[in-house]
Design a binder for this molecule. Sequence first.
Ligand SMILES: NC(=O)C1=CN([C@@H]2O[C@H](COP(=O)(O)OP(=O)(O)OC[C@H]3O[C@@H](n4cnc5c(N)ncnc54)[C@H](O)[C@@H]3O)[C@@H](O)[C@H]2O)C=CC1
Ligand SMILES: O=C([O-])C1=[NH+]CCC1
Length: 312
Amino acid sequence: MAELPVLITREEVMRLLRYTDLIPKLESALALFSKRSGAELVQPLRTIVPLQKHNGFLGLMPAYIAHEDILAAKMVSFYQRDPDSVLPAHQATVLLFDPERGNVKAVMDGTAITEMRTAAVSAISTKLLKPCRQEVLCILGSGLQAVSHYQVFTQMFSFTQVRVWSRRRERAEQFARAVAGPVTMCSSVKEAVEGADVIVTVTMAKEPVLQGEWVKPGAHVAAVGACRPDWRELDDVLMRDAVVYVDSREGASTESGDIILSGASVFAEIGEVINGTKPALCEKTTVFKSLGMGIQDAVAAKLVFEQWKSQL
Ligand SMILES: NC(=O)C1=CN([C@@H]2O[C@H](COP(=O)(O)OP(=O)(O)OC[C@H]3O[C@@H](n4cnc5c(N)ncnc54)[C@H](O)[C@@H]3O)[C@@H](O)[C@H]2O)C=CC1
Ligand SMILES: O=C([O-])C1=[NH+]CCC1
């Protein structure tokens, strides 16, 4: 009989997972993914179960990476909540398997993993597509992803100003308290974005919040929200004028409203830039459209489990 799986809580995941360990693992996984090396890495397109009655979705995200022998599956639910709701938009669990025997080794909180690995991938896109100046960071949205993006971006880069915009001022204030670092609160998207070198969009919007005419030429946009084919965060002007990078071409062409509805073409996957098979056009305005991948959760879950075992 296999041993019972261990249960790893959100607090433990946050204590055990470090960006310095996570970022190189994510870079290797993204690079391997873009080689499309068959049995080496298996990641089917995310299965989405719509919960129309509850205005939500359940996403199933399995992945296998052969050379690291990581088999994992994340289940993530996400909801369009009423603005006054105190419930989280996303909740996730990751199962980490023993690929040889097939049993589950660990059941762990996937919400913290999602927050950290998504922010880390946005930071990787910024490191690769580095805009000429990296002085002003702008974050649109003030939820959990906004916090994790603030944390990793201020760890990895030396911005002189971080601006935040949120639909509600009190949410921006909550965000400023949560990050324990300097933040400039802006009262409009335009004010937040103008002159910014890097813009992170982490909203639950279904219509564009960011307009291309406000974006400084040469800026980099890490676009994290709008993960449904009929949802938007970015307008057609930005999608048309920018060079568009994605995490996965298949994911982007199936799930990204910003890409599908604007008709924008995808220039490269971020893994292709890591592999050197596609260039980083740093002098251009760039958009990295992130949808999220099972392999990102898988490498993060393995790191968490290894750290957890090492403290026994
Ligand atoms: N690309 C990826 O791998 C992942 C993407 N996401 C996406 O990131 C985004 C943020 O997620 P969380 O921070 O976890 O959510 P959250 O619920 O904690 O924060 C959402 C933020 O969006 C704002 N917002 C909601 N509706 C809006 C609207 N119509 N216009 C402008 N702002 C609006 C809220 O005020 C809040 O600041 C979501 O779109 C989510 O689906 C989340 C996980 C992974
Ligand atoms: O990768 C992920 O976990 C998600 N992407 C969009 C919603 C959740």
